[in-house]
Write a protein that binds this ligand. Sequence first.
Ligand SMILES: C[S@@+](CC[C@H](N)C(=O)[O-])C[C@H]1O[C@@H](n2cnc3c(N)ncnc32)[C@H](O)[C@@H]1O
Length: 210
Amino acid sequence: MSTATEAPRSVDFQGLQIEYDDRVLTPRPWTAAQSVWAAELIGVAPPGPVLELCSGAGHIGLLAVTLAPRRLVCVDADPVACGYLRRNAGRAGIRVDVREGPMDQVLTSDERFAVVIADPPWVPTDDVTRFPEDPVTAINGGADGLDLVRGCLDVIDRHLILAGSALVQVGPDGQADRLAELVAGHDDLTVIEVREFERGALVQIDRLAG
Ligand SMILES: C[S@@+](CC[C@H](N)C(=O)[O-])C[C@H]1O[C@@H](n2cnc3c(N)ncnc32)[C@H](O)[C@@H]1O
């Protein structure tokens, strides 16, 4: 495991104290919009737990289930991020089932979720150097930026229940349209709504009943 070059920092994320260091992505304030929207989806979703993919220090999922309480399972490949997630959840008094490892390896085939929140790396590899402050593994989305987005979509297809919703974060500059094209290749998944923000976009994908 790498060593932090600075002491841990803490930010207020809509009332949650989130600790992190320079080995994980700094919580971005605009991503609270993903938590709030996810909480709205949780409020109307069928029974079942919430899955957060690429959770990092955990603030997006933790805020969502603070607003709309449900059992939360979080997945991240980075042990440092998972350590902060456990600490941040403990400080918030929220029980979280943390799965440390690649998203396609840490869920069992029979697990199902009512809502999936996903915040995969989405920066194209050639652009990663534009963000020297960010850990490469947290932002590098491969040649077209969508390698991990495709991975999340595969997990969503395997684990989202009927009438469940997924809320996926992608980058600006047309990535939401490219995700919609990918969703079109999955028979019973449908893009319901896209919300564009200055620094990214959120895409709601449902598994429609009937
Ligand atoms: C864009 S960051 C998001 C972190 C957090 N949600 C945030 O807002 O700061 C992407 C996260 O995905 C994780 N990640 C990268 N590849 C992964 C994989 N194959 N499976 C699970 N997590 C992965 C990284 O460790 C990183 O924490």
